[in-house]
Design a protein around this ligand. Sequence first.
Ligand SMILES: C[S@@+](CC[C@H](N)C(=O)[O-])C[C@H]1O[C@@H](n2cnc3c(N)ncnc32)[C@H](O)[C@@H]1O
Length: 298
Amino acid sequence: MKSGQGSRTADGAAAFRASHYLYAQDRVFEDPFAMAMTSKGWRAVLSNRVANGLVFGWLLRGMAPVAAQVLARSRFAEDVLATSVKSGIQQYVIVGAGLDSYALRQRGASAALRIFELDHPATQSSKRRRLSSLGVALPRNLEFVAVDFERQELFAALQASSYRADRPAVFSWLGTTHYLTPQATLGTLRSIAQHAAPASEVVVDYSLPKDLIARNQRTALAWLSMLAARLGEPIIGPLIPDELHAQVESLGFEIVEDISADEQALRYFANRADGLAPPAGCQLLHLRLRRPATAGSG
Ligand SMILES: C[S@@+](CC[C@H](N)C(=O)[O-])C[C@H]1O[C@@H](n2cnc3c(N)ncnc32)[C@H](O)[C@@H]1O
């Protein structure tokens, strides 16, 4: 993160969701608020079909799989949330929320659901300014919690909100582990294992190390690495699935699913005319907390 400004990768992710919402034939994920939340430059591109085609269809064409990754992770998280809400979970913690618009789209998912958006103060205040300039009425079940994970722990920050540590929650943590060291990612998962109530769920995406991706399938991730580094948020946190699984199990999590790019393609992108599919090397992991706070000391 560059100091003093909102996350540019969050802005880019919202631009991908917006372009997909506005111009794709079959939508994998519907985000009608995405365009309005992006920065001025993206809005200029997105509001014009020709400009959108030039930028997303030509200039950034190598990034199409990354756009698919952004769509797949949000869809996956909200599918998990929908199932969890049906089974009685009433707290949704969006870690590193960026320009996530679930709170505006929730359409009464559950009258009792509480939503906590955690993000870096710079990203969060820029989002709040944007929402306020749009005149969007914020839902009463949404709470913003500003936190810099380089200085403060997730649960220390949540204490400033009405989050109930004795009740299960769904934690979505999307598009962020890539930019953290593996130690920092595990530290946050450990903190969830130690402080969240049993039966809490975590949805998190992560990247595989380059060596675990076939040589001829590395292009999209190479593009993403280059772009992320230019935006000041370099990718430093690939994780090895077998090691990660052993580590999170020792913390007390059950692995519900860890789906590869190929499995995501089958689930969400089958039979598309535009060939959109996520890049090799991006995984979607769904965990459920099995044991209470005493689990795994790390
Ligand atoms: C790529 S964006 C993902 C945003 C959103 N989850 C999505 O899927 O569109 C990464 C997010 O991590 C947040 N972030 C990065 N470093 C952070 C830090 N030190 N503390 C808190 N949040 C941070 C950024 O503000 C940004 O919202």
